[in-house]
Every structure is written in C-alpha cells, then in structure tokens.
Design a protein around this ligand. Structure first.
Ligand code: ADP
Ligand code: MG
Length: 376
C-alpha cells in the first residue's frame, strides 16, 4: 500500500479531530455510527460531516451503509494519525521512498528537519481478516472490533521495546528513535539484507558473528525466531545488524529449543547454499546460559507481560486463521470489493477518486515529500 503523505497538507485541524474521533469510536464499534463520530468530534455547524466527506475522499475512512450509516479507519487513515503525531513531536518531517514491503509491514525512508535519514516501519499485522474469529474468544472481548488496530499497535510496541532493550545492551540492532500507534522510527542501517549478498570476503567471521549473536541473545533469555537472510543486514565492512523483532520468543518457551535450532539452521543452510560454506560448529540452546534478563527494560517501554500475552494469543489466532481457512489476507482488497458492492453514487465517487489518485501519482516524482500539516 502506498503511503502518499502529500495529502496530509490538505487536512484541517477539524479533519484530524474527526479522524481521531473515528479511532476512538473503533475501541468499541467495528463500524462507528456517524452520530457517534459527530458526538465525539463535537464540531460546530455540521463540521464533522464535512470532514467525514474529505476523509472518505482521501481514503482515510471506509464507508459502510449496509446495516447503518457508519465509518471505520483504513490503514491509510491510521498511518496518517501516526505520521501526524510523529511530525508534531518533531521526529520526522519528510517521507521518502518505500524500501521494503513485507506481509506484515511497509518500510519507508523518512527524514527530520535536518535531513537526517531514518526508517519508518508501519506494522500491518492485522492484514489477515478477523471476520471469521469465533465470538466466544474471551480475551478479545470488546476489542474484537478493533483487532487489526490493536494487533498492529502491539506489534510496534513490542518491536520498539525489544529494539530499545537490545540496543541499550550493546546488541547490533538499529537505534530505536520513537514509536506511535502501529509505527516505529529507527536509524537507517547502512547495509543490505544478506539475501542480496552474493559473496563474502570473510564468511567464517560473518558466520561466527551470527552464531555468537544467537548465543548472546539466548544468554539474555531470547530467541529471535526469524533469524534469516532477510532480517540480517550486512554492511560493506561485513558488519551485521539484526532487525525485525515482533516474533521474538523467550528461552523459557515450551518450544524454545525448536525455535533456536531453526534460527541456527536457517543460517547454516543459507551459508552452504549461497557461499558454499559449511560451518563446522554451531551452538545448542542447552549450552547457553540465561544469565541476564531484559524483562524489566522491556516492561519499562510499556510492553508489559499482560500485553505480551494478549499479543501472543492474537498472533497465534492469525496464524491459525491463515493456515486453516485460507482467507483473503489483504484488507485493502476486502475494502475495494466491499466498495464495489456499494450503491451507484458511491461508485461515481470512487471513480472520481481514482482519477484524482492517478493525477496525484503522476505528480509524484521520486524523492522526498515534505509532510506539511495545515494547523502547525
Ligand atoms: P518485515 O516485518 O516486513 O519483514 P523488516 O523489519 O524485516 O520487516 O524490514 C523489511 C526490509 O526493510 C528489510 O529486509 C530491509 O531491507 C529493510 N529495513 C528494515 N529496517 C531497516 C533499517 N533500520 N535500515 C535499513 N533497512 C531496513
Ligand atoms: Mg523481516
């Protein structure tokens, strides 16, 4: 999904107030009734309805009138809320090119006022539809309706908390800068994902660095859980940086040994296939000593045990769903399909939107766009 931040500048203070009102309404409504949005936003002279029209036009809100007249946030709407906050805090001022798109995230280059480049990661963990989740899952309770917002937010918080704790303890990870909602901002690592590296000058050294990193993590009670060539960046000097932490597991996890061995084997297999390098030695979890704990530091960032439990259950639920029920993983498509079913008036609107979008895309050159917001 494209994050076209240019439209931020067209939004007024009232538009944002309305957008935040929809976000608030989504805490206990899957689809927020128009009346509720108006009550929360409390704008004068029908201002909320005007804002709703603008937000819908920019695809920040999704409209559904089948049961009652209501709106919900789209990913883009949620992105704008996070971006606006990060801009207000002075963390970033420009959005650049997209450098990564995963199943569960989109990655952009951003920059601050002084043109210092950073990386913005937008978590998309709820891309899997929650429609089919059975209603009796007690832990979802009222949150069921907002589960993609909630899950993406937890993923960002988890990643930020782990990155910070690891960074503070000298691990080779990006520097965490800030987070808001489902997004985190971190330093930009100079290097390439190992999957793009065809040759290493010092394969033994890199292999040993990676195995030592797995051992060091285990000594801190952690297993990365996705320790592969996509999540390891290598610089020109062949220094390693580890990224991507939402799936980290504890060495006390019931399947810890399996996760640990899987991480080790990912590297061994890759080194053999890509570099023809066969590692003679590799660590076992039993040889590691869990002598440090990051629990306190992780909780200090706000990622508490309770949130971790919530997150694990929800993430598990997602995996179950995508394995068993083969449902459409892309919310955006869902929305488009639903849009197609809407009435003609809506379709016309849609067409206009598309034309506008094309125009805007043509306008958009490569490079940075300043994030202007109208009420600064
Ligand atoms: P996902 O959860 O979608 O796998 P990742 O955090 O692994 O997301 O990031 C996806 C890609 O984005 C990486 O493979 C890497 O190319 C790039 N990337 C992510 N973070 C950084 C960073 N801090 N510096 C440079 N590149 C990054
Ligand atoms: Mg990754």
């Amino acid at each position: 999904m494209k994050l076209d931040a240019k439209n931020l500048r067209y939004l007024t203070k009232d538009d944002f107030r309305t957008l935040v009102s929809v976000e608030m309404g989504m805490k206990n409504h899957e689809l927020v009734p128009v009346n509720l949005i108006c009550t929360i936003a409390n704008l004068k002279y029908g201002g909320t309805k005007k804002s709703i029209t603008t937000l819908h036009k920019f695809k920040l809100l999704f409209h559904d009138a089948r049961k009652y007249d209501g709106y919900k946030l789209t990913y883009l709407g949620y992105d704008f809320l996070a971006l606006k906050t990060l801009v207000q805090r002075g963390v970033c001022a420009y959005v650049g090119n997209q450098i990564g798109v995963g199943k569960e995230s989109d990655i952009y280059i951003v920059a601050d006022e002084d043109n210092k480049e950073m990386v913005l990661k937008l978590h998309r963990l709820g891309r899997t539809s929650f429609k089919t989740i059975k209603n009796n899952r007690d832990y979802l309770k009222h949150r069921k309706s907002a589960s993609w917002l909630y899950l993406s937010r937890l993923a960002a918080l988890k990643e930020f908390a782990y990155m910070k704790a690891l960074h503070d303890n000298g691990f080779p990870v990006p520097t965490p800068i800030d987070y808001n909602r489902h997004t985190i901002v971190m330093s930009r690592v100079r290097g390439y994902p190992m999957t793009q590296i065809m040759e290493l000058r010092h394969p033994t050294k890199v292999y040993n660095d990676l195995m030592n990193l797995l051992v060091k993590l285990a000594n801190y009670g952690l297993i990365h859980g996705d320790f592969n060539e996509f999540n390891i960046l290598i610089s020109d000097e062949e220094e390693i940086t580890l990224i991507d932490f939402p799936q980290m597991v504890s060495t006390s996890h019931i399947n810890a040994e399996m996760y640990f061995d899987r991480d080790v084997n990912c590297i061994r297999t890759f080194f053999e296939k890509r570099f023809g390098f066969i590692g003679q030695k590799w660590p076992k979890l039993a040889d590691c000593q869990n002598i440090h704990s990051l629990d306190v530091q992780i909780a200090a960032s706000g990622f508490t045990r309770d949130l971790e439990k919530d997150f694990d259950k929800l993430a598990e639920e997602q995996i179950d769903l995508s394995d068993d029920e083969n449902i459409d993983n892309d919310n955006d498509n869902d929305e488009e399909e639903e849009n197609n079913n809407n009435n003609e008036e809506e379709n016309n609107e849609e067409e206009e939107e598309n034309n506008e979008e094309e125009e805007q895309e043509q306008e958009q050159e490569e490079g940075y766009h300043e994030i202007e917001t109208s009420d600064e």
